[in-house]
Write a protein that binds this ligand. Structure first.
Ligand SMILES: [Zn+2]
Length: 212
């Protein structure tokens, strides 16, 4: 379905309010804001309420920020290094926080991810693992798919002996609506390579449960 035509002045206004510098983002901002205005009006809200003034543009700006993983060029540049130390044990980054949006209900799910790999020829800078997670989290998402995508990206870039990713998250679509189960935790995992061996998975869980 074609979008309604957007007035150039609206784009200029969106640019001013949203401080977006590209024309593509300005256009997206104006279109989303327009639809958001439609939602507010349909709900019978008073657009002259000072708290609702600019809400359309605020929501549009927020969506562009939260979904920046969809933007062209958003994929993190991951430099890999030769594994000169011949390190062949497990490397784990645990308790990496993330926020994402449920693709089914467009409300947040959030929690922590634990990412581990056992290198072959390549290793990766530790700060890259949170970046990879964020790239896939910043889009309408399913927790299962997020978990698989992070594992797949690591496997492709590093060609390691194996990768394991565990994601633990709370879903507001479960807590605020429907079955209304506050505090319920959804756990997903994705496995590649050597992590299919039980002793390797057990080592992962040992490291994960080790505190302080
Ligand atoms: Zn949901």
């Amino acid at each position: 379905m074609a979008h309604p035509p957007i007035e150039e002045t609206e784009i200029a206004e969106a640019e001013r309010l949203g401080r977006r510098d590209t024309a593509v983002d300005a256009r997206k901002l104006a279109v989303i804001a327009k639809h958001m205005r439609g939602i507010l009006e349909t709900l019978g809200l008073d657009p002259s309420d000072p708290n609702l003034k600019d809400t359309d543009t605020r929501v549009a700006t927020m969506y562009l920020e939260m979904f920046h993983g969809l933007s062209e060029g958003a994929e993190p540049r991951v430099t890999v290094f030769p594994n000169e130390e011949r390190y062949t044990a497990m490397v784990m980054e645990k308790d990496i926080p993330f926020y994402s949006m449920c693709a089914h209900h467009f409300v947040p799910f959030y929690g922590h991810a634990h990412i581990a790999y056992i290198p072959n020829e390549r290793i990766v800078g530790l700060s890259k693992m949170p970046r990879i997670l964020e790239f896939y989290a910043c889009r309408p998402q399913l927790q299962e798919r997020l978990t698989e995508q992070v594992a797949g990206f690591m496997a492709e870039k590093l060609a390691p002996q194996g990768v394991m990713v565990v994601v633990e998250a709370r879903h507001l679509c479960v807590e605020m609506r429907g079955v209304k189960k506050p505090g319920a935790l959804t756990v997903t995992s994705a496995i590649r390579g050597i992590f299919f061996n039980r002793p390797v998975r057990e080592e992962f869980l040992d490291l994960l449960n080790r505190r302080g």
